[in-house]
Write a protein that binds this ligand. Structure first.
Ligand code: ATP
Ligand code: MG
Length: 179
């Protein structure tokens, strides 16, 4: 996302010295979202909240690396096939039935020609609880929600990465999931 996090968002950063650290951060956030949604589903049923998470950062920052580990942790399946959605734009995942967890969409909007094309992807505003993990969320323009979580990855001079997590009030518990 190009816009700075809203004033109600709380932020926290950490250093990711290598790709494994990016994977660990992704897995930790994936587990934290799963835990939060499990609790919400127990209380509110299928009308529970959604988690919309934007992954920002330049080409090659590690967004897909983070997302892959996030998806596997969320599904509870370390061996799950998680292809990059660079060309398909969207990949859909259905957690195993017993978990009762909402479905997950992983999108890469880099190749989206126009923000209006987002409606064809059936991605945001589906109405049901979901986890929506989006690389290049700025491509969604006005359709990107203000209350989304942002995971911003930056490439440091030594090729390590820094991660800044910005969370709206409903998702501040995620800040504790960072190393
Ligand atoms: N913390 C890190 N330190 C060094 N290299 C990393 C780190 N995290 C990920 N990488 C490496 O960065 C490279 C690019 O990762 P990835 O494909 O996930 O980037 P991306 O942000 O999705 O790129 P794109 O914008 O093209 O989709 C991979 O080789 C990955 O191993
Ligand atoms: Mg990518």
């Amino acid at each position: 996302m190009t816009s700075p996090a809203g004033s109600r968002h709380l932020s926290r950063g950490c250093c990711l010295p290598d790709a494994m650290a990016t994977e660990r951060a992704g897995a930790s956030l994936g587990r934290a979202v799963a835990t939060a949604l499990d609790r919400a589903m127990a209380l509110e049923g299928a009308a529970g909240p959604s988690a919309v998470i934007g992954l920002t950062g330049p080409l090659g920052a590690g967004k897909t690396c983070f997302a892959r580990a996030f998806v596997r942790a969320y599904l509870g399946d370390p061996g799950a096939e998680v292809p990059s959605p660079t060309f398909t734009l969207v990949q859909h995942y259905e957690p195993p039935a017993p978990s009762g967890r909402p479905p997950l969409w992983h999108a890469d909007l880099y190749r989206l020609g126009d923000p209006d094309e987002i409606h064809e992807l059936d991605l945001l505003g589906a109405g049901e609880a979901a986890v929506v993990l989006v690389e290049w969320p700025d491509r969604a323009g006005p359709y990107w929600p203000d209350d989304a979580v942002e995971v911003a990855l930056a490439i440091a001079a030594d090729d390590s990465r820094t991660l800044t997590l910005s969370a709206p009030p409903a998702w501040t518990a995620l800040l504790e999931a960072l190393p």
